[in-house]
Design a protein around this ligand. Structure first.
Ligand code: NAD
Length: 248
């Protein structure tokens, strides 16, 4: 059974990692994908080709999710190109980890702007279309550290906690119009973002996880599929941890 047949999903930061996995899993379930990333580079082109070959429509856009105007332009263009926006996956994110003692104002601003303001920008940009349609599912990529905090990641944790507050508020604000909004809190997922960490850090993280391994991007993508589809039609305002029981 295809869960997103004929639906259109915007996935931000889709060129690699979790965003790419979401685009692939959604396309396998019949969704047309409007993917974004900072650049229309080789990764973006490869994904676009791969998904179009699967028989769904995929278009990748160079769009900065942290820029309010770019998000408005993107949403208008997606409606022109695809006709609807049924799901929005706010996935784009960055880290600039440091102890507070060494964290610069620029590191704080960059992480809050890319991770949190982008969610505001994109949600606001699709709101009118989803209100008109009287349906929509918004999925925001938080993190377990947004739920429980983490030393050395105060900027990142704050941005991911902010996403949870925003998610719950939007679920309450737009629920009467059949628009749902949920967050996913991934734990330790093996992507380029975590690839920056040393081997010893990865090993010690894995040992602390009850399932004894990092997660695969696909395992996050399948949770996003549940939240974007009608399988979760009565789930809104929630945070689902995808973390191998790291956070319970
Ligand atoms: P990644 O770094 O591999 O991929 C992120 C993608 O977002 C990249 O393609 C990047 O170019 C894009 N991006 C960055 N800034 C952007 C912007 N302003 N506009 C548009 N695109 C932008 O990261 P990932 O591991 O795939 O993480 C995806 C999301 O999941 C992030 O929000 C991250 O915080 C969250 N997350 C990841 C983990 C993990 O362990 N990997 C854990 C918890 C949460």
């Amino acid at each position: 059974m295809k869960l997103l047949e004929g639906k259109t999903a915007i996935v931000t930061g889709a060129s690699r990692g979790i965003g790419r996995a979401i685009a692939l899993v959604f396309a396998e379930h019949g969704a047309n994908i409007a993917g974004t990333d900072l650049k229309y580079d080789e990764n973006a082109k490869t994904l676009e080709k791969e998904l179009n070959e699967k028989g769904v429509k995929c278009k990748m856009y160079a769009s900065d999710a942290s820029n309010f105007e770019s998000c408005n332009e993107l949403a208008s263009q997606v409606v022109k190109d695809f006709g609807s926006i049924d799901a929005l996956i706010n996935n784009a994110g960055i880290t600039k980890d440091n102890l507070l003692m060494r964290m610069t104002e620029a590191d704080w601003d960059a992480v809050l702007t890319v991770n949190l303001k982008s969610v505001f920008n994109m949600t606001k940009a699709v709101q009118r279309t989803m209100l008109k349609q009287r349906h929509g599912s918004i999925v925001n990529m938080s993190s377990v550290v947004g739920v429980s905090g983490n030393a050395g990641q105060s900027n990142y944790s704050a941005s991911k906690s902010g996403i949870i507050g925003f998610t719950k508020s939007i679920a309450k604000e737009l629920g009467s119009r059949n628009i749902r909004c949920n967050a996913i809190a991934p734990g330790f997922i093996i992507t380029e973002m975590t690839g920056k960490l040393g081997e010893d850090v990865v090993k010690s993280w894995s040992e602390q996880i009850p399932l004894k391994r990092g997660g695969e991007p696909k395992e996050v993508a399948e949770t996003a599929l549940f939240l974007a589809s009608d399988l979760s039609s009565y789930v809104s305002g929630q945070v689902i941890n995808v973390c191998g029981a790291m956070n319970t």
